[in-house]
Design a binder for this molecule. Structure first.
Ligand SMILES: *Cc1c(COP(=O)(O)O)cnc(C)c1O
Length: 385
């Protein structure tokens, strides 16, 4: 079987650098919030064109941090796509707010600005919930339509989060999503394009006040500089608790892994882009749709996803040929048992409900070679279903 994602090939390519970095942390002993965490945060902020980057425990907590900082709670509406991983919506009911599910664009699979506008107006007219936040997702690595979504957020007074757990590193005319979003969140789960060797996440923002609040919240609501400006506290500010927070730190070992992986990340995004272009050329005649990215946008190709009318038949055929596939996502969130009672945007989610039956993702990673791609393309071309 061809690997779906080959992370061992990446580890071997890096030639012992990751093992050495981990060893340094083990010997150094600063296992929590060690110097590698600060260094990685600085490197990540520079890469993501952000004033501040803060590590946290995972990409789900990363979404919770800004919601907590903004005091999102009961009676608030947070607009999210349904065609995404559960974490995007899951954090909203943590604080008794409600996710409102919005349909996606049929080409990019990202939040459709027209559907978002219908959803906001529907919620306003109904009057039960107060629109507060939009969480746009960079699904499969491709940037959401931030210029259009940001314009709607400004018009309606909403905060904007870019959930870049899959898409970190994606750009629109060389600008990262943070150019439009109040905060970008990401995940370092191993299978994400920038993954570590366990769980990890981060938030990036240009907003000084928000950065301080999130720094406080990730360490049990500890006092930060803005809390202490009117008076001194003679002990460790960790023991002055200003607000309810979390324990959500990035481990030093994971930061050490990520310092090495971030050095090669830009190069890897280019390799993945070249592999996607090669797949597109080879597969276009054989499937209903290959993933084209709008001009000016760069995807990090977290997933390479095609459409086929007999998706399940194709997946079974590929498996016989030794080619693994995955379906993201077979059940969109608004149809899941845990989420089906939450509001949906006016007009429903017809695109999302069609996509769930036709999408299938093929092997994609930074070390995918041309010979392996040719095997995948030949296996798809030989399907007569
Ligand atoms: C993976 C993922 C998350 C959550 O990240 P974890 O680190 O697993 O908590 C959030 N949103 C999206 C879109 C994801 O793909």
């Amino acid at each position: 079987m061809i690997p779906f994602i080959d992370l061992q090939a990446q580890r071997l390519r890096l030639g012992g650098k990751i093992e050495a970095a981990v060893q340094e942390v083990v010997v150094g002993g600063a296992w929590v919030m060690g110097p590698q965490v600060r260094q990685f945060e600085a490197d990540l902020a520079a890469f993501g064109q952000a004033k501040h980057a803060l590590g946290c425990a995972n990409g789900t907590d990363a979404l919770a941090l800004p919601l907590m900082a903004w005091g999102v709670g009961r009676g608030d509406a947070v607009f999210v796509p349904s065609f995404t991983f559960a974490a995007t919506a899951e954090v909203v009911p943590w604080f008794d707010a409600e996710p409102v599910f919005v349909d996606v664009d049929a080409d990019t699979y990202n939040m459709d600005p027209a559907a978002l506008e219908r959803a906001i107006e529907g919620i306003r007219n109904e009057g039960r919930l107060t629109p507060r936040v939009v969480i746009a997702v960079d699904l499969f690595g491709q940037p959401a339509d931030y210029p259009a979504i940001k314009a709607l957020c400004d018009k309606h007074g909403l905060k904007l989060i870019s959930d870049s757990a899959q898409g970190f590193g994606c750009t629109i005319h060389d600008a990262h999503p943070l150019k439009w979003a109040d905060v970008t969140t990401t995940s370092f789960f191993p299978a994400k394009p920038l993954g570590c060797y366990g769980d990890g996440g981060a938030v990036l923002t240009d907003d000084d006040e928000l950065a301080q609040l999130m720094d406080s919240i990730r360490v049990h609501g500890k006092a930060v500089a803005s809390d202490l400006k009117d008076g001194a506290f003679d002990h460790d500010p960790k023991y002055l608790n200003m607000r309810i927070g979390l324990n959500s730190r990035l481990d030093t070992i994971q930061a050490a892994v990520l310092i090495e992986k971030l050095k090669v990340f830009a190069q890897e995004i280019e390799w993945r882009g070249a592999a996607a272009a090669r797949y597109n050329d080879g597969l276009r005649p054989h499937v209903a749709k290959v993933p084209d990215v709008p001009a000016g946008n760069i995807s990090n190709w977290a997933q390479y996803t095609i459409e086929h009318p007999n998706r399940d038949g194709l997946a079974a055929h590929l498996k016989e040929q030794g080619v693994p596939t995955a379906v993201y996502y077979p059940i969109p969130l608004h149809l899941q048992p845990a989420y089906e009672h939450y509001p949906r945007g006016a007009g429903g989610l017809p695109v999302t409900e069609r996509l769930k039956d036709v999408v299938v993702s093929l092997p994609m990673h930074s070390d995918l070679d041309a010979a392996t791609q040719d095997r995948v393309i030949a296996a798809v071309a030989s399907f007569k279903g």
